[in-house]
Each structure stands twice: as C-alpha cells, then as structure tokens.
Design a protein around this ligand. Structure first.
Ligand SMILES: C[S@@+](CC[C@H](N)C(=O)[O-])C[C@H]1O[C@@H](n2cnc3c(N)ncnc32)[C@H](O)[C@@H]1O
Length: 263
C-alpha cells in the first residue's frame, strides 16, 4: 500500500512494492540488523526524513526483531493530515509487514497527539523502542537535532524535481552534521548533484544496488567502505567539486525521478 501525492503525482514508493523498497533500500542498506547483532542491547538512533506511510520505520522494526536491540526513531514530516490518515488505516497489508506497520501506526497515533514527545514503540506486546515525531518542515526540524547523534539515516523525500529543498547542499550538510562518525545514510536518489552535495558535506558516497524499478540508489557515510567502482565515483565527484565553488550553481534537473507523474 502506498499513496500518490495529489499535486505533483509522485508515488511515496517504488511501484514494485512499498515494503520491499523500505526493507531493501533503507533498513538493509544501512545494515541495521548487523549493527544490532554486533552491539547487543544497544539502542540504535535512526533519523527518518519523510515519515509518509511509515513503511521505512516499519522495516526498521522488522530488521531489529529478535536482536534485542531497541530503536529510537526521530521522524520528520510536514503533512499532518497524511499522518492522521496513516495512523487510522485499518490494515495496511497482511502477515508479517502488517505486525510491524501496526506497531508503527499505533505509535504514530500517540505521537500525533503530542508531537515532539517520544512515544513507545510496542511490537507484539513488547516495548521495542521509541518514536519521536517532529512535525513541520524538515529543514527547520533537522537544525534542532544534536550533532553526531544518529547511527542511520533514511533520506526519503519526494524527488529532487518536485522537492529540491530536501536535496539542497545546506539541508544535506545539516543531516550529515547529525550523523555519528560510523553512521550510514541511504536514499533512493542517484542524482549526481545530490551525490556531490553529500560529498561536499564530508561524506563518502557509494552506489546502492537496484531495488524494484530503480536501477541504483546511494549510500553515504564518513567511514563507508568503498569498492573499486565507488572509489572511482569518489574521485569523479571530487574532481567536479574542485571545479565548483561551494554552494554554487542552481539545482539542476536530476537524471532520474522516482515515478513519472500522472497527467
Ligand atoms: C516519499 S514520501 C516518504 C515515504 C516514507 N518514508 C515511508 O516509508 O512511507 C515523502 C514524504 O516527505 C514529506 N515531505 C515533503 N516535503 C517535506 C518537508 N519539507 N519536510 C518534511 N517532510 C516533507 C511528504 O509529506 C511525504 O510524506
């Protein structure tokens, strides 16, 4: 289950499947489960940009199941009405993802009553973490967050074509500031301009594999391990950065978008 934004017509997810994208593009890509297993008992701090239907958060809960790790998710969303509808969804899917999504919907309902306050995430009757919902423009919310706090970032706004502000240099620099030294950011976007801004913010950038219809996504982090192809990508971006003044240039049309708008 996903939604189409009525003004620009973009879907919130790849048409191949919302939970598939959430699981592979985000939760697995940042290695949540491996991190939880490597540091048992740890509370993992997640920054979730664009709460939307909460599938990425549900996938994070699913990834941590059985590890003993807790999740502290900070989720940024500006569309309150959307969240009210999501929290009230009777049933988003069946089986396994539904249990995690139901836990998320329940927490979302409580968070909406008191945005900014952490509410408990309860899965199958057990407390598995906390959700802190920050309602408003993510550009303002991220500025309030402490430096170096997050172990993982899910960067999932609408495409640069329709929401360039959440792919801009200043916003990405602010997101990078909130990341712990060994944190990983995942996004579906593979636009060269976005990768350049992530590198300008001090992060290494790597290609993330195909998910659904989207050939490539992006990973970023200060300590990201790079294969030979990613090292070449780094070098190419660095050459481009060297040619451009910081913050220079208008946001160019990206070389991709998530889903063609409907007309
Ligand atoms: C692609 S959807 C996110 C899907 C979501 N991550 C999920 O797992 O279901 C993008 C979301 O970003 C939100 N958004 C757009 N612009 C925003 C802004 N400036 N600040 C905060 N949220 C924004 C939209 O309302 C929408 O819910």
């Amino acid at each position: 289950l996903t939604l189409r934004e009525p003004r620009h017509g973009e879907l919130c997810h790849d048409a191949a499947g919302a939970f598939t994208e959430a699981r592979l593009r985000y939760a697995a890509a940042v290695g949540l489960r491996q991190r939880a297993r490597a540091e048992p008992g740890r509370t993992l701090e997640l920054l979730d940009v664009g709460t939307g239907l909460g599938w990425n958060l549900a996938a994070a809960l699913a990834a941590l199941q059985g590890t003993g790790a807790r999740l502290r998710a900070t989720s940024l969303e500006r569309d309150r009405e959307l969240l009210v509808r999501v929290a009230a969804l009777p049933r988003a899917a069946s089986g396994f993802p539904e249990r995690c999504h139901r836990a998320l919907r329940t927490a979302l309902g409580a968070a909406l009553a008191d945005p900014g306050r952490a509410v408990e995430l309860v899965l199958d009757g057990r407390s598995v973490g906390e959700l802190c919902l920050l309602l408003g423009d993510a550009r303002a919310s991220v500025g309030e967050l402490p430096a170096g706090r997050f172990d993982a970032v899910f960067l999932d706004p609408f495409s640069p074509r329709v929401a360039p502000e959440l792919w801009s240099g200043p916003f990405l620099a602010d997101v990078a500031r909130c990341m712990a030294p060994d944190a990983t950011l995942a996004t579906y976007c593979a636009a060269a301009r976005v990768r350049l801004e992530l590198q300008r913010a001090g992060l290494r950038v790597a290609r993330a594999p195909r998910v659904g219809r989207k050939a490539e996504g992006t990973l970023a982090g200060r300590r990201l391990e790079l294969g030979p192809a990613d090292a070449r990508l780094q070098a190419r971006l660095a050459r481009r950065l060297g040619r451009e003044a910081p913050g220079g240039g208008e946001f160019q049309l990206p070389d991709e978008e998530r889903t063609p708008p409907i007309h």
